[in-house]
Design a protein around this ligand. Structure first.
Ligand code: MRU
Length: 352
C-alpha cells in the first residue's frame, strides 16, 4: 500500500529489527515503531500496535526469528520453548499466529543454521501473505459488479495483513480495474477498527465510503440495497464456521435474512483443520477498559484517553464471535472461491 508516495508493508523485518505501523495512533498519526527483541514484538501484538490475523501471523513469525537470534550460546532449547509459548499467548483467536510460529520453529530446529533458517522462513511467510492477499483480491474482485454497494466490518484491509488485505483486497482490485463501487464501513466498537483503520485506508485509496454505527448494519443493508457483504476471518474451523471480529455474526444473520450474499475472505493460513467446529475456537476476551474509555484527539493535548462511562461499570468484552457456516455464501481464498458444501474437503486438503 502506498502512503504519501511511498510503499509500505504493515509489518516488516530489517536485519533483526521488526518495523510496524502503529495502528493505535491511526487515523490521526502515521508512525513506524521498531522492535529490536522478541519480547517487545510480543508486547506490540498484545497491545495491538499490529493487529489483524495475517499481520499478527507475520509479526509472530518475526518474533520467533528474533527469539532464535537471541537464544543463549550452547543450548537454547528451554529458552526457545518458552519464547514460542510467550508469542503464542499474545492473541489466542487468530490461527495465522499459531501456523506461522510453528513454521518458523520447525524450519529453524531442522536446520544446521537455525538463526538463518528462522529468519528466512519468517520472511517467506510475510511474502506469501502478500501473494495470497493479491490472489484473494483477484478472485474476490470478480464478484464485484460495476456500481456495487459493499458492506464490510472491522478492518480486514492492508493494515490487517502484510499488504492488500483480505476483505478489502477485492475492493482494491475491482477499483484498479475501473469499476465504480461504494463501501459501507461499520464502526466496530469497542476498538473501532472500522472507523479508525478501514475508513483511513479507503480514504487513502480514494475509495468512496460511509461509516455507520454498528447497530445500523441491518437497516442500511436493506435501505441502501447493499449487494454483498465481505468480511475477513481470524480462524476458520474445518466445518466452515468462522471466528471474526465481534459483530460479524449479527451482520451475517441480517444478510441471510435479506438475501444478501455474505462472503468471508481469508488466506488458507487462517484455516484450522484440526478444529472441528466453531465451538472449539478459543475466543479472546479483552479488558473492559476498551469499552469504558476512548482515546480522542484534542486541540490542546493531542491524543488523550478518558472515560466515556464510569470505570466501575461491569462490562464484558469478547473480541470475536463465531458465524456458523450456514450463513456463509462462499470463502474467498488464494486458491479460489470455495462453496460451503466443499469447504470441509478443502480445509482437510489445505494443511491448515
Ligand atoms: O482484534 P483484531 O483487530 O486483531 O481483529 C482482527 C480483525 O481485524 C478482524 O477480525 C478481521 O476481520 C480479520 S483479520 C483480516
Amino acid at each position: 500500500m502506498n502512503y504519501k508516495g511511498r510503499h509500505y508493508r504493515t509489518v516488516w523485518l530489517e536485519g533483526e529489527t521488526v518495523h510496524l505501523i502503529d495502528q493505535n495512533l491511526l487515523p490521526f498519526e502515521f508512525r513506524i515503531r521498531e522492535s529490536k527483541d522478541f519480547v517487545t514484538t510480543c508486547e506490540a501484538i498484545k497491545r495491538m500496535t499490529v493487529r489483524g490475523a495475517p499481520a499478527i501471523g507475520a509479526a509472530g513469525a518475526f518474533a520467533m526469528a528474533q527469539a532464535f537470534n537471541e537464544m543463549p550460546q550452547g543450548g537454547g532449547e528451554e529458552f526457545l520453548k518458552q519464547a514460542k509459548e510467550k508469542i503464542e499467548q499474545t492473541r489466542p483467536t487468530g490461527q495465522n499466529l499459531f501456523a506461522a510460529v510453528r513454521r518458523v520453529f520447525a524450519a529453524a530446529t531442522a536446520s544446521d543454521s537455525p538463526r538463518t533458517a528462522a529468519c528466512r522462513e519468517a520472511l517467506r511467510i510475510a511474502d506469501e501473505d502478500v501473494l495470497c492477499c493479491r490472489k484473494i483480491g483477484e478472485f474476490g474482485g470478480a464478484l464485484i459488479k460495476d456500481g456495487a454497494r459493499i458492506m464490510t466490518h472491522c478492518n480486514a484491509g492492508w493494515l490487517a495483513c502484510v499488504d492488500y488485505g483480505t476483505a478489502l483486497a477485492p475492493v482494491y482490485i475491482a477499483r484498479e480495474s475501473g469499476k465504480k463501487l461504494f463501501v459501507y464501513v461499520s464502526e466496530t466498537r469497542p476498538r473501532s477498527q472500522g472507523a479508525k483503520l478501514t475508513a483511513w485506508e479507503l480514504k487513502n485509496e480514494n475509495v468512496p465510503f460511509s461509516l455507520f454505527a454498528d447497530g445500523a448494519g441491518a437497516y442500511l443493508m436493506k435501505k441502501e440495497k447493499v449487494d454483498l457483504v465481505i468480511v475477513g476471518a481470524d480462524r476458520i474451523a474445518r466445518n466452515g464456521d468462522v471466528a471474526n471480529k465481534i459483530g460479524t455474526f449479527e451482520k451475517a444473520i441480517a444478510a441471510k435474512g435479506l438475501g444478501i450474499p455474505f462472503f468471508v475472505a481469508a488466506p488458507t493460513s487462517t484455516i484450522d483443520a484440526a478444529c472441528a467446529s466453531g465451538d472449539a475456537i478459543p475466543i479472546e476476551y479483552r479488558d473492559k477498559s476498551e469499552l469504558l474509555s476512548q482515546t480522542v484527539l484534542t486541540e490542546e493535548h493531542g491524543l488523550v484517553t478518558g472515560q466515556i462511562y464510569p470505570e466501575d461499570f461491569p462490562a464484558v468484552n469478547p473480541g470475536f464471535d463465531v458465524t456458523p457456516a450456514l450463513y456463509i455464501t462462499g470463502y474467498i481464498t488464494e486458491r479460489g472461491i470455495i462453496a460451503p458444501k466443499d469447504f470441509q474437503g478443502f480445509a482437510q486438503g489445505s494443511g491448515g
